[in-house]
Design a binder for this molecule. Structure first.
Ligand code: HEM
Ligand code: HEM
Length: 168
């Protein structure tokens, strides 16, 4: 349901919402793949050694891609507030339907918080790094449930939940 416009929920996600959904998902995978290098790098520094070139590159990729994710999420939030999202398929009184809505908003909060804590750890205040790490564990939990739910809708219930996030 759009928050900024007093109209009913749209029938489908817009092309831009779909592209942003999959782009951010792919970039979060990049973040996971590059994160080990930063942790390795911090350990190497603590031991007084210099880091390898490859880890240095991965570190830079992690920071830049993280900032891009923040920007994309800003655009995504704006679209979500302006255009809304189609109603969840299924009985609206079921706890699973309500949980899906909650999980979607949790994603917005978690991805933003992850980006902000990462940037804070890098540029301003490193002690926040454990929060950045803990948030990712929480995000992994929501991602697992999210993927399980999408798979369940597609293969078990056979509804259009996944299809409408693939095709406008
Ligand atoms: C928004 C998406 C982001 C995701 C999903 C993400 C994910 C991660 C993950 C999984 C780790 C490793 C945690 C571990 O091994 O336990 C990590 C570490 C780190 N990330 Fe990010 N990150 C994001 C954004 C950023 C940004 C924007 C920056 C900086 C500009 C950043 C800077 C760091 C730093 C400095 C560490 C090392 C923390 C430490 O050594 O404890 N991250 N990130
Ligand atoms: C880290 C990765 C992911 C994040 C952060 C994420 C986040 C979200 C969010 C916030 C929504 C709500 C719609 C919106 O506001 O854009 C959504 C919807 C959706 N996502 Fe993801 N998602 C991720 C990965 C995936 C994956 C891997 C799949 C498929 C296996 C998937 C399938 C779906 C589907 C089918 C919907 C539509 C649900 C509905 O219409 O009720 N997502 N996702």
């Amino acid at each position: 349901m759009p928050l900024l416009k007093k109209t009913s929920a749209p029938e489908r996600y817009s092309f831009a919402q779909i592209v942003l959904h999959w782009l951010v998902a792919a970039l979060i995978l990049v973040q996971y793949a590059t994160s080990g290098a930063i942790v390795r790098m911090n350990q190497t520094r603590t031991l007084g050694h210099t880091m390898g070139d490859w880890d240095d590159i991965l570190h830079k990729v992690h920071m830049r891609v993280g900032l891009v994710i923040l920007l994309l999420m800003g655009g995504r939030l704006l679209l979500r507030l302006l255009l809304g999202a189609p109603l969840q398929i299924g009985n609206p009184t079921l706890w699973t339907t309500k949980a899906a809505r909650l999980a979607h908003w949790a994603f917005y909060a978690l991805v933003f918080a992850q980006g902000v804590t990462g940037a804070t750890a890098s540029y301003f205040w490193f002690p926040i790094a454990p929060v950045h790490q803990a948030l990712f564990k929480l995000m992994l939990l929501v991602i697992t449930v999210h993927i399980a739910a999408a798979t369940w809708h597609h293969f078990k219930l056979g509804d259009a939940t996944l299809k409408r996030m693939l095709k406008p």
